[in-house]
Ligand binder design. Structure first.
Ligand SMILES: [Zn+2]
Length: 133
């Protein structure tokens, strides 16, 4: 799934790479600071609006949880009979698809807007690392 796109030239932006290099919270769930991306085609500096990416992750997580509860209706009871480390391990493995979605798919749901004059943002993909505008 491509996108978001540069509003000037329409090129797909390297959003997943920004998400990987940028300052995110512990789980990579959201960007911690105002983060920007430079269009690789026209060089336009854009600020990432991540609200829809976060919403997409939450919705995906809820749908996945519903799916798991439908597929394994007695999972909670079965997990309670297991040793705690095994139950934790199973829970961690079960959450892996959501983590993959979160890091590879949900960033594409973010939007971008041109950076304003005097506005600062972190640009993790700049050649010299993070820097303000
Ligand atoms: Zn562009």
């Amino acid at each position: 799934m491509p996108g978001p796109y540069c509003p000037s030239c329409g090129v797909s932006l390297p959003i997943v790479k920004v998400w990987q290099e940028g300052k995110t919270d512990r789980g990579g769930f959201s960007l911690n600071v105002k983060t920007g991306v430079v269009c690789p085609n026209c060089g336009k500096r854009l600020v990432i609006l991540q609200h829809w990416a976060v919403v997409a992750t939450v919705v995906a997580f809820l749908l996945y949880a519903l799916l798991l509860f439908e597929a394994f209706p007695h999972a909670e009871e079965q997990l309670s009979h297991m040793s705690r480390p095994l139950a934790v391990l199973i829970a961690l493995v079960a959450v892996l698809p959501v983590l993959g979605f979160e890091s590879l798919i949900s960033p594409h749901f973010s939007k971008v807007r041109p950076i304003k004059d005097g506005e600062t943002a972190d640009f993790p993909l700049d050649n010299n690392g993070s820097r303000d505008v």
